[in-house]
Design a protein. Structure first.
Length: 83
């Protein structure tokens, strides 16, 4: 799986993307977030208020209960505003 981070999320985590092999018990985005929080504290700051985070699975806006697998690309980014 490829996980991509954008904007201030990328700045807080310190990387724009990473490769990750999911454990078998991870089946949706929410479980992925919980797993990331367990493996490193730096994710806790990002996902502390996950209602501020948008997610895309395979370049399609998705919800936190969207099913995922190791062949997917997940992207986390803040809400986009225009002006």
């Amino acid at each position: 799986m490829v996980i991509k981070y954008f904007s201030w999320i990328k700045e807080h985590i310190g990387k724009s993307e990473e490769q990750l092999e999911l454990p078998r018990h991870i089946n949706n985005v929410n479980e992925l977030i919980n797993y990331l929080n367990e493996i490193d504290e730096k994710y806790n700051l990002i996902f502390e208020k996950k209602e501020l985070i948008k997610v895309a699975v395979n370049k399609t806006y998705s919800s936190f209960d969207t099913s995922i697998s190791n062949i997917d690309e997940i992207a986390f980014f803040p809400p986009v505003t225009g002006g």
